[in-house]
Write a protein that binds this ligand. Sequence first.
Ligand code: SAH
Length: 385
Amino acid sequence: MPATPALPALPAAATPGGAARGGGAPSEPGAQARPDLLGLGPGQLRAVLGDLIDRPFRAEQIFLALHERGVREFAEMTELHKDLRGRLAERFRIGWPEIAARAQSADGTCKFLLRLHDGASIEAVDIPDRDRRTLCISSQAGCALACTFCVTGYWGAGRNLSAGEIVSQVLAIRADRQMPAAGLRLVFMGMGEPLLNLDGLRPALDILARSISLRRITVSTAGVIPGIEEMASWERRPNLAVSLHAPDDARRSRVMPVNRSYPLADLLAVLRRYPLERGRKITFEYLLIRGFNDALTDADQLVKRLSGLQAKVNLIPINPDPVLGAAMAPPTDAAVAAFQQRLIQRGMTVTLRRRRGDDVSAACGQLRAFARDPRGRRSGGTSSA
Ligand code: SAH
């Protein structure tokens, strides 16, 4: 364990029954003060609904209506008595986000700017590919880790998303794009650090895993060791991806301040012990930044560091952004290919993340940045929903 102090925790989403915070305009008076039912599994629903329901199976019925049918209003739960529907609507809410903006790319990628009940905004991305479809979702509204290459980090800390707010990103996008859950993949690579929000993440995974296999869900972390250890103790786990981005502590700490709390040797030691199912690997994301970490000697060092791990490397040429400055530029295609080749020659399993949706500003955090420019410039790159 590192000697440095633990990272600051972000505040949680407004708790059920708590007062709404400023920023969002509630659609009905008092509506935001009601507890959201979307983050609760059937057992928890049964407990929360208590005397309201006459039979225990009603909780399962309500769960299926919320998560399989995707109902947005209690009035749509016609399998329940009108009376019960009315009482549910008086006491609870179904916390879907509002789609504030969409940015559709020519390659099919679509970024969504989602507005939460307290006015906080997050982003999620639908990434259709030839034979698969991936949703990239957020775990926090903002991020405290301040990685220097990340636009979300530039915008600073926000708050943890509740389990309901995590799950409802999937519901809202599936409904908007009319897509079934079958075959869908989920990656927690949107805004935030999922392992600093285990209270939201874990119940959300329990709910999501009922319709999407955990083998198709990937949680990406900047390397928060206590969170990785906690995940290692779970009976059922999603896939794990770790953002590495540099092969040594000096450089990693420069771009990822979290490395000062959880340095590479400690992080990799924990990952060497991480329980993996047969044939499974940990994904290591490696951003390629021109002149910073793209030398062939860096590829060699990376392979050495990952020895003894069931690892695959996902190379990601950095998405540049005006707020990041000119130093954050991707290498040339030739340099990316040479780096990839070197890793392959040394026996590493490597994938190269194709650039997707870059005509609609696809880098992490960009859509929100466009929509909330503090300098008052007009938003660009997004269209109103
Ligand atoms: N906090 C988690 C998950 C969110 S970031 C993590 O760090 O893994 C998801 C991925 O997007 C990370 O690998 C992150 O390094 C990457 N990313 C951030 N900014 C980027 C940029 N400008 N271009 C490309 N990828 C970026």
